[in-house]
Every structure is written in structure tokens, then in C-alpha cells.
Design a protein around this ligand. Sequence first.
Ligand code: F6R
Length: 363
Amino acid sequence: EKGGYKHFMAKEIAEQPAVLGDALRHYLGEEGTRIELPGDIDFSGVTRITMVACGTAYLACLTAKYWIERLAGLPVDVDVASEFRYREPPIPGGTLAVFVSQSGETADTLAALRYCAGRADRIVSVVNVAESSIARESDLALPILAGAEIGVASTKAFTCQLGVLALLALEAARQCGRLSPAALADHLTALRAMPGRFNAALALQDRIEALARRLAEVTDVLFLGRGAMYPLALEGALKLKEISYIHAEGYASGELKHGPIALVEKTVPVIVMAPHDRLFDKTVSNMQEVMARGGPVLLITDARGAAEAGSGVWETLVLPEAPELFAPMLYALPVQLLAYHTAVAKGTDVDQPRNLAKSVTVE
Ligand code: F6R
């Protein structure tokens, strides 16, 4: 059932072009020009969105915050469920509450949802398991249609969560009158092109495997990203530590000089995720600060970024160019592959990492 792959995680990484394509087609109809969310979600009375999840699903929410705020102009709060549920934050009228969970059974996320029931105007969940508790207890459940995810480390669920959250952001923007039909059509075209770009990212597999053999020898790794690449830096660190047991931290690039730069030395690789977007120059200058202190930099960028980054980086991985908005979905793939191949090089139990469970139904 691993379909010829050595691990479920490898299979699930490879499935992403297909499952994201299916998920987008499901919500965009055959022509792919209209967003058709079930239950006609109405943003007219919505003044803010609160998003709650755990782990990788939380990082999908953090990415979506950039999209929703930029596209729809609605303020978005994102919390980890275990903090949210005990903080018991005020939920003002006009709040749309969104819960994201692959399993739909995560105890803290479910408890946070129950806290919002009767307080938030509407409860929407983004789940992989359509018959799950979180789906059942929501006003509206949006399935991500990733198919069963067996590997404990979440991969295809993350990119499909991002796909559905991108559609939610675009629909909110449309209803808020912030997207012309032409602009929406452009975004949808760009989104539909993402699965094809995923294939180009998967084609980097051999290079990533070679890099991973080097990563397998270190004990600490830093990930840096700016803007919507910041949550991806966190995701890169989470994925690497969970399956390879290498200590990894993700930081917003701009936070580097506020502490983590003290860790930089030649034995600590710094993985910088920087597509050539409007924030590129800022991130490159952070990268140069790392290199000036002898830190080996692995730059993940696109062709323009690679051309402009200058010399001195340890290695560069070149991804296809992607629209700024949706680049985080694409950059998820090399990050997953790096974690996967590093874990394989170390000989860890990739699909069943120590101490972790696929579904965390106790708090
Ligand atoms: C990371 C991972 C976990 C889950 C988290 C939430 O690779 O798999 O961090 O993302 O336990 O699980 P769900 O999405 O089922 O609520």
C-alpha cells in the first residue's frame, strides 16, 4: 500500500500534485473559474477571523493569516489550541472562528471549538477526515480531500490545508469587494498552476537527498523566512526535528539579530527560504549576516533569487517562480523532502517517529 515507496511519508509527499489538484477542482468546478464553497459562507457581517489549531495545522493557519489580511483586509488572530482554550479569549460579535485539523480529533482543537460554540458567529472547520468530531461540531466543514495520511509527519494535509485556506481567503476578499472579477480570475489561474509547480519541486529530489546526507551530520539547524515564508520556516524546523531528531528552530528573518544569530557558526546550517518577492532584499541581507559569521547557508529560492543572491552560499535550491501569494505552498515541498531524506540518512523510523502519535486525542 506504500505504492512502491519506502515510506508512507515519501508516498504522501509525492502525491501532492495530484491531491492538491483534486482539492482545487472540487472547490472550483470544472472550468475552475468560480469558488464554490459548500453552505454559501457569508462574510458580510464578519469583522474578524480567529484561527485555532495545533502543530502543522497551526502553521497552515499562520500562513493563511498573511493571505486573509492582505486579500480581504480582515484582521486575523491565530492561536495554538492549547493556549486558546485556557486563555478563554473574548470573542466579539462578528467573529468567524476557523479550526484546522487533519484528523479532526485533536483534543485541544476540539475543546477550543467548543469554547467558541455559542460565542463566535460561525464555526468553520478545515479537516481531512470528513466524519470527524471537529467536522461534526462545526457549522460548516470544508474537507481538504488529501486522502488518508498515514505518515505521522503531516505533508499532503498541510499543502491541501493551504489550498483550501487560500480559497477561503479569496472568497472573503471577493465578498468584501476587494477583488475584481479579473483579479480573482488571475489568482485562480495562479492557484491552479501550483500542482504543476509541485512537480518541478519534486524533481529536485536527488539534489535534496545529497544535501540531506550533510544535514544528517549536524546537531542544530536554523530556518529563516520573512512574510508568508516565516510560517514555512517554522514548518521546516518542526518537520526536521520530528522525524530526524535534529534540533531545529524557525525564526522570522528579521528576528535573527534579536538572539538566534548568537548560535551561528560553521557547524550550524541556516536554511533561508526566500523567493524573489518584494521582501527578497531584506532576507538576503539577513543571509549575509549569517555568512559573515561563517554560517553555511542553504538558500531555497527561484531563478531570479539565485541570480541576485551573490556568492558565498553553501548551496542553492532553485524552485520555479510562483506568484508571491501562493509561494508558501510550493516551498513546503523542499522542506518536507529535506526532513524526509535527512531522517532516512539517519536511519530513524520516518513514519512512526519516537514519542509521537498521528492523532493527539488527549491533551
Ligand atoms: C506535524 C504533525 C502535528 C499535527 C498536529 C495537529 O507534522 O503532524 O504537528 O499537525 O498534531 O494534528 P491535526 O491536524 O490532526 O489536528
